[in-house]
Ligand binder design. Structure first.
Ligand code: C5P
Length: 216
């Protein structure tokens, strides 16, 4: 039996890893899990109940109740939920519970695509392909603003950039599972790429691994 095609994609907020993960999952006919949604679901439950984001016992209870089959992207994609998610994501017990669920998802015989912050380093260190997707903070802020405007919203570039930089700091600076590339990750800087170019670059990396060249 061939080795499962498990693809781990990590990177900071707005680097384009979600779109890339969905495209790769479609292309290789694999299930996809956006692990950011699991942290967002915890934050969303706390906000809905009016509990503080630093309330560890309630956050742990919320993490236990996260159901991977019922993650509603429309509700969870709100900017404020993402900010809140990065605050509950520093609680080690919350991470332990969510990582267990994420690993259960990753354990498919054919493989899976997971994207997040610690997939290649903590959740699936055995992944066959690891990608670390980045782009400059300014490019990520510009993309986020364009996304908001495409949905008929409005935003301010300086505020979005400051949010992105603050989230980077929180995600890279936390003690438990900080955002960093796995040693064997392939780095993909999408600053100068559109979605199609980023997908083709990622696909080329996966194909090279499948051809036996460059196993993670
Ligand atoms: O990727 P997304 O913006 O949805 O993630 C929201 C937050 O959840 C991140 O800023 C990060 O703090 C946290 N997260 C994490 N580990 C993951 C995925 C997301 O800590 N694997």
């Amino acid at each position: 039996m061939s080795r499962p095609l498990l693809i781990a994609i990590d990177g900071p907020a707005g680097a384009g890893k979600g779109t890339l993960a969905r495209r790769l999952a479609d292309y290789y006919h694999l299930p996809h899990l956006d692990t950011g949604l699991t942290y967002r679901a915890v934050a969303h439950m706390l906000i809905a109940k009016g509990w503080p984001l630093g309330d560890a016992p309630h956050a742990v209870e919320a993490a236990r109740r996260v159901d991977l089959t019922a993650l509603d992207r429309t509700v969870l994609s709100a900017h404020a939920v993402g900010e809140a998610a990065s605050k509950v994501a520093v609680i080690p017990e919350v991470r332990r519970i969510l990582v267990e669920k994420q690993r259960a998802f990753a354990a498919r015989p054919d493989g899976a695509v997971l994207d997040g912050r610690d997939i290649g380093t903590v959740v699936c260190p055995e992944a066959r392909v690891k990608l670390y997707v980045t782009a400059s903070a300014a490019v990520r802020a510009r993309r986020r603003l364009a996304e908001i405007e495409a949905n008929d919203g409005s935003g301010d570039f300086a505020t979005i950039l400051a949010d992105i930089e603050r989230r980077d700091e929180r995600d890279m600076g936390r003690a438990d599972s900080p955002l960093r590339p796995a040693e064997d990750a392939h780095l993909l800087d999408t600053s100068e790429m559109d979605i199609e170019a980023a997908f083709q670059a990622a696909r080329a990396i996966v194909e090279e691994v499948l051809a036996g060249g460059n196993e993670a």
